[in-house]
Write a protein that binds this ligand. Structure first.
Ligand SMILES: NC(=O)C1=CN([C@@H]2O[C@H](COP(=O)(O)OP(=O)(O)OC[C@H]3O[C@@H](n4cnc5c(N)ncnc54)[C@H](O)[C@@H]3O)[C@@H](O)[C@H]2O)C=CC1
Ligand SMILES: CC(C)CC(=O)C(=O)O
Ligand SMILES: [Mg+2]
Length: 360
């Protein structure tokens, strides 16, 4: 039986609550698809600061290094914002992990689920056209990792991109577009940014290796507007680190809730960190009301990308669709009879245990 070594970093806020449901669902999958998950649960972010005085203790990093994949909650919250910027959970733990494991390729799929289109702020005639977008975001360079300076009167962040950094994320986006609707929309601000000009140049070079894929360049301000006007025009979005961060939250809002959007951050060896696209949601932490679907779908992406177990990944995705159809949903998705975080996990796990056999 295959052993899947998984470092479990639940993090802060709603992290531990939604992580418990992802593990429940993974355990159901393990039974059904005959693999053996070996979890190593360690602290990260604010929880690690509270316990050990630092956001990414050596033992946490070591647990990640000894694993095949990292399942990550979210980190950060008001309790730790007084710390110097470099010690805060987001930078000291999450950005450090992304850099340490060279997780340059961030993948965020966004779609509408049948029966939940009304949660989108877009008009029914727009949602009727459908949305199925995958956002590819460069994750280990750009302005989040460039030189930063701060004096009393000024502050600066630097955006630097190397050709190779743009090329490798562009290749991933094009390779995916080949198996989808064959369109890549590359986002930049080449009308004012030097890094945007280079981005456009390198993406155009990569496009020549994929003649079956249509490449469109779009300025980020226009893209932000076009996504709201008509998301059905997009197939694969290709973004730098900053623009991908912003547009993927916009995608979450268009989809109906940040609680629905998973993400995969992978490196060239298919090692990956899998986490919800959203944050630690301190405003609803501890209430048992957070939507665990983003975390559960992140576990599905882990099975697909790091363990090449497509059947198990599909089972989770189908289980999520089933839970939604059965109205087993949290308060972000319904105002009438919302269920708890745990009930959503139960519904997905139960589907995998009891019903997958019928179609697997
Ligand atoms: N990957 C990570 O670890 C990330 C961490 N953060 C951190 O999280 C903290 C809070 O950040 P915010 O800007 O408030 O963003 P957030 O994404 O945590 O929350 C934004 C809004 O979405 C809601 N929301 C998010 N996830 C939800 C879920 N699963 N179910 C139901 N509602 C959900 C929240 O309740 C809130 O109203 C900050 O410290 C931020 O830096 C933010 C983004 C990513
Ligand atoms: C802390 C941030 C850099 C993380 C974030 O907002 C994201 O990855 O979407
Ligand atoms: Mg973000």
């Amino acid at each position: 039986m295959s052993i899947y070594k998984i470092a479990v970093l639940a993090g802060d806020g709603i992290g531990p609550e939604v992580m418990a449901e992802a593990i429940k669902v993974l355990d159901a999958c393990a039974q059904r698809f005959h693999f053996q998950p070996q979890y190593q649960a360690v602290k990260v972010g604010g929880a690690a600061i509270d316990a050990y005085g630092e956001a990414l203790p050596a033992a946490t990093l070591q647990a990640c290094e000894q694993s095949d994949a990292i399942l990550f909650g979210s980190v950060g919250g008001p309790k730790w914002t007084h710390l110097p910027a470099a010690q805060q959970p987001e930078r000291a733990a999450l950005l450090k992990l992304r850099q340490h494991f060279d997780l340059f390729c961030n993948i965020r799929p966004a779609r509408w689920y049948a029966g939940f289109e009304h949660l989108s702020p877009l008009k029914p005639q727009t949602t009727a056209k459908g949305m199925d977008i995958v956002c590819f975001r460069e994750l280990t360079s750009g302005i989040y990792f460039g030189a930063k300076e701060r004096s009393e009167q000024s502050a600066s962040d630097t955006q630097t991109y190397q050709r190779d950094e743009i090329r490798r994320i562009a290749i991933k986006a094009f390779q995916t577009a080949v198996h989808r609707r064959g369109k890549v929309t590359s986002i930049d601000k080449a009308n004012v940014m030097a890094s945007g000009v280079l981005w456009r140049e390198v993406v155009s070079e990569v496009a020549q290796q994929f003649p079956q894929v249509q490449l469109e360049h779009m300025y980020v301000d226009n893209a932000a507007m076009q996504l709201i006007r008509d998301p059905s025009q997009f197939d694969v979005l290709l973004c730098d680190n900053l623009f991908g961060d912003i547009l993927s939250d916009e995608l979450a809002a268009i989809a109906g809730s940040l609680g629905l959007l998973p993400s995969a951050s992978i490196n060239a060896s298919r090692f990956g960190l899998y986490e919800p696209a959203g944050g630690s949601a301190p405003d609803i932490a501890g209430q048992g009301s957070a939507n665990p679907i983003a975390q559960i779908l992140s576990a599905a992406l882990m099975l697909r990308y790091s363990f090449a177990n497509e059947a198990a990944a599909c089972a989770i995705e189908t289980g999520v669709t089933h839970a939604l159809k059965q109205q087993q949903v949290t308060a972000d998705l319904t105002s009438t009879n919302p269920v708890s975080t745990a009930r959503v996990g139960d519904a997905v796990a139960q589907f995998i245990t009891e019903e997958v056999a019928a179609w697997a």
